[in-house]
Design a protein around this ligand. Structure first.
Ligand code: ADP
Ligand code: MN
Ligand code: MN
Ligand code: MN
Length: 338
């Protein structure tokens, strides 16, 4: 028998991942994974009287948890008339991406996350606090680094199934880690990020660790968790001026971006701990206190990409990438066009 783990996003805010298993006979020919369904009244996606929702497969990979010929089947959610469900942000992202495909936009997302046990991050003692921040970022050693077995196993399984992970690192707060996905198109990078988040949960579950994507898991003098979103168009990959123009353009509706960049983002974007206040917008070269940073190598090579540092770790990448596309790529007859 072959198992297919159907995965989807529920109706919570922020959306949570759900999955269930479908078993197929060994001789099944998987030309196209079949659509399936679920009880939307148990996931905040339907009322009990008309509870059916449809799962439409959009990305199929090997299942590294079960191994063998088993599969992961990442899906979008449709209504029974096959229209996109209200919770289906992927569809909007995909449509926007198609509008601007000629500009060849790429995204790379840095997903930060915090591993928790008994309600506190790994590395936090039962009572009180660990030593202040400074010794944990990119650290080694049992007194500095907590949860490496999870980060390592996660990297290994993501690479094994062909996800485009570009790196991992231990973060500034104990128990906090980061993996990066991309660069790739808006929908593709977002699909991969959701599947990578799924695998992170499944691996951590085995150890009894909770994964939180909360933007500010520990109040006070502890770094929050973001999802820095790196962005370029074909033109930006050829011209520094286009990078500056894009950074400038992102300021045009900063409030609108912040509003959709993740639940609880105001708690993280305080203006401290390598963030810019959510009430402000500014971009800068190499500036980790700016909303948008232009990396030094983009300046150095006179071309490259920019980093939107605002998205929260718990953002929906379909929403974030769609907004960036709309705000930057819509400058139809301007410099941004190819
Ligand atoms: P930081 O210095 O901010 O920690 P990272 O190395 O963690 O940066 O992440 C850089 C991200 O930029 C990666 O996700 C990578 O895929 C992405 N990236 C690299 N080149 C491009 C590009 N041309 N366009 C968009 N994203 C890119
Ligand atoms: Mn990073
Ligand atoms: Mn980081
Ligand atoms: Mn970054």
């Amino acid at each position: 028998m072959i198992t297919a783990e159907y995965i989807w996003l529920d109706g919570n805010s922020p959306a949570q991942l759900r999955s269930k298993t479908k078993v197929f006979p060994d001789d099944t020919e998987f030309n196209l994974m079949p659509i399936w369904g679920f009880d939307g009244s148990s996931t905040k996606q339907a009322e009990g009287g008309a509870s059916d929702c449809v799962l439409k497969p959009v990305m199929v990979t090997p299942d590294p948890i079960r191994g063998g010929n088993n599969l992961l089947v990442f899906c979008e959610v449709l209504n029974v008339d096959m229209t996109p469900h209200a919770s289906n942000t992927r569809r909007h992202c995909n449509e926007t991406e198609e509008t601007y495909y000629e500009q060849e936009p790429w995204f790379g997302i840095e997903q930060e996350y915090t591993l928790m046990q008994d309600g506190r991050p790994l590395g936090f003692p039962r009572n009180g606090y660990p030593a202040p921040q400074g010794q944990y970022y990119c650290s080694i050693g049992a007194n500095n680094t907590f949860g490496r077995e999870i980060a390592e196993m996660h990297l290994a399984v993501c690479l094994q199934i062909g996800l485009k992970i570009s790196g991992i690192n231990a973060e500034v707060m104990p128990g906090q880690w980061e993996f990066q996905v991309g660069p790739s198109s808006a929908t593709h990078v977002s699909d991969q990020l959701w599947v990578a988040r799924y695998l992170l949960e499944r691996i951590s579950e085995k150890y009894g660790y909770e994964v939180t994507l909360e933007g500010k898991p520990v109040p006070g003098d502890w770094n929050g968790a973001g999802a820095h979103t790196n962005f370029s168009t074909k033109k930006m990959r050829r011209s520094y001026e286009a990078c500056e123009n894009a950074a400038e353009a992102l300021g045009e509706r900063a409030e609108w971006h912040i509003k959709h960049y993740g639940v609880g983002i105001e708690k993280r974007l305080t203006g401290q701990h390598e963030t810019c206040s959510h009430e402000e917008y500014r971009w800068g070269v190499s500036d980790r206190g700016a909303s948008v940073r232009i990396p030094w190598h983009t300046v150095h090579h006179h071309k490259g990409y920019i980093e939107d540092r605002r998205p929260n770790a718990n953002c929906d990448p379909y929403v974030v990438t769609k907004l960036i596309l709309e705000t930057v790529c819509s400058h139809a007859n301007s410099d941004y066009n190819v």
